[in-house]
Design a protein around this ligand. Sequence first.
Ligand SMILES: Cc1cc2nc3c(=O)[nH]c(=O)nc-3n(C[C@H](O)[C@H](O)[C@H](O)COP(=O)(O)OP(=O)(O)OC[C@H]3O[C@@H](n4cnc5c(N)ncnc54)[C@H](O)[C@@H]3O)c2cc1C
Ligand code: SF4
Length: 478
Amino acid sequence: MEEFKMSEKKTPPKPLPVKDRFKRVPIKMRSPEERIHDFDLYIHGYTDEEARAEAARCLACNVCVKGCPARLDIGAYVRAIADGEPKNALQIILKDLPLPTICGYVCTHNCEDLCVLGRRGDPIAIRHLKRYAAEAVEDYSEVVEATPEPDTGKKVAIIGAGPAGLTLAYRLALKGVKPVIFDALPYPGGTMYVGIPPYRLPRKVIEKEVEFIKSFGVEFRFNTRVGEDIPFEKLMEEYDAVFIGVGNHRPRRVECKGSDCSGVYHALEFLRGVALGEIKEVGRRVAVIGGGFTAMDAARVSLRLGAEKVMVLYRRRAQDRPGYPSSNAEEELREAEEEGIEFIWTVTPFEYTSKDGHISGIKYWKNRMIEVPGKRAKPEPIKDQEYFVEVDTVIEATGQKIDFDFIPEEIREKLEMSWSEIKVNEFGETSIPGVFAGGDATNEKKDIISAVADGNRAAVGILRYLFPERAEEFHIKE
Ligand SMILES: Cc1cc2nc3c(=O)[nH]c(=O)nc-3n(C[C@H](O)[C@H](O)[C@H](O)COP(=O)(O)OP(=O)(O)OC[C@H]3O[C@@H](n4cnc5c(N)ncnc54)[C@H](O)[C@@H]3O)c2cc1C
Ligand code: SF4
């Protein structure tokens, strides 16, 4: 059970000599003028020389690890890169994360916000270095240390092929437990495939990592919506445990008069339509309503589909956006602004106008912000003056919630909730014995690395549940 051992306290190695410890080696990017015309990747990876120079700045103190939900041994893998050993680095990463390239491209990298070097200068570019290590190896099986244990005869049904389900499947397969993943979509990856656009996360990266996970004997049943194509109760009967990793896919809509006209989408439906090739164009003047990463992607995708003007309308201020303060949220905003997206802060849309049944504009109020101690400031519309902006497409990126319809009422009643998330214990088990859950359906962070951490946690929980006599072997990394 090497991969589930608690991390040992180690003395950090001596810092390497460097020219400037506080200055990051810049990452090369395509110019905004060039990149807005296509869906190709715009962040280039580090070269060998750049990666070694950047990694050499690291003190290997591991202060940043507390910012990583999956508790990767960051100091150790960054030092391996500095030593010119990217394969060793990848080996270390794979102990806690079976999706290293995906996270190397789009992780929210909250670890970087804790990097001690950030107190006086630039934090280590941990995410870019992870990408470098992962891309140094074509076939991960060359470096992965773990070998699958003999078949135990146990099987687990996993609902959802997103990062939570994929991570759990990998962990269980290594322990000789057969994972079967059910997904309503025709492809694996969940929101990583149908939400995150390919200019940030190329499809071939997802395919490579899914193939790696599949090679351990993970079975996939695509185009299979649990609750429609197969009943949830059947999974409970036929499998030794069930994992709910369904994400959050039910849109929260803007409560706006006139929203039944054409040209109004929810961002999830829009991004998914574009990802699956069902939506190929957008209007000339697009308004995106929202402020999180879904809003940023919907806006930037609209530009790439040829919109002339893209505006983001958000009810709070820039500093109140979801995920703020963090370097990830700042990067997102900066890159969207560089691409020419206009931000209209502190507004409340209250009516969509239409012409011949198609959206023609948005009426909105401006908001005053009310400071609330210990919480985000609250927007309050000033209703004595109305504003108007002309648009021909509206994309609502105002959040989403878990869709429970696949669970029959009598079972759902027994499922304890914590606000809008499924409540789980420290091992990812729900209030129903043998039913586990993780990812966006349970955590508040709602990002990939938190879903990975949930997959790791549920693996420990499921192994303890299936093999109580071996419980001492399975631990969660602190
Ligand atoms: C536009 C957008 C951009 C994002 N960008 C980032 C980013 O840059 N970095 C980051 O870390 N995170 C990002 N996220 C968040 C990240 O994608 C999610 O946190 C993560 O994918 C959640 O993983 P999950 O495994 O819980 O669920 P998901 O990835 O949502 O996967 C759930 C899967 O379950 C399937 N499913 C649902 N119901 C059923 C059913 N009844 N039967 C069968 N299958 C079902 C779905 O089809 C889906 O494939 C972004 C999200 C969005 C929407
Ligand atoms: S990345 Fe920063 S915090 Fe993390 S080990 Fe290196 S120097 Fe320390």
